[in-house]
Design a protein around this ligand. Sequence first.
Ligand code: C5P
Length: 222
Amino acid sequence: KSNLVIAIDGPAGAGKSTVAKMLADKLNNIYIDTGAMYRALTLKALDLKSNLDSSQELSKLAKNTEIKFKKVHGEDRILLDGKDVSKEIRSKEVTNNVSLVAKVPAVRRQLVKLQRKMAQNQGVVMDGRDIGTVVLPDADIKIFLTATVEERTQRRYDELKSKGKDVNFEDLKSEISRRDKLDRERKVAPLKMAEDAIELDSTILTIKEVIKRILKFCQEES
Ligand code: C5P
């Protein structure tokens, strides 16, 4: 089968986006980063000083927001109401507030609708928290990518350090743990492995090995 639909879920920093992007390139599929969509909406809510405890306010905001992806020089950029916010959505403030926005059911309904529309009638690699369980339950291949919290923190730490940022390992670790806890314990579409997903642990596998294994599953499917 060509045009495979691949869902990749897992906790923060497990390597989902790196893996998803590489797979999409290899398979000539489109790549959809659903986390970026929740981040974009969070950025808007913060800019507008919305009340992040008000589901009603956030739901209204989601309905009045346009989120799109666009390829520029081969790179995926995200447009929030027409403006490229690819860099802004990675800020610490957005990262530490996104789970509050993402737990609102009406926000999720809105974004899931958009995600399904983006994936319609084509091969796609989509990454997030609820792709295999909620967004694309009929996906051909479902991967649950994990790694220990220490490993995930270390990767993020190295990444930030290499950008010249001043970071503290323990602070970073507690931020990542807090976000995972919120994502795992929310009522609607919590982070969890789909029953028919394959778990891959990137603590012990390199990214190359993870890709190799997934490509093998793809061959078996086609
Ligand atoms: O993947 P990323 O770390 O960019 O996701 C940011 C946040 O967006 C997650 O911590 C989670 O709260 C939310 N999210 C979600 N469902 C998805 C993707 C992301 O709730 N499918």
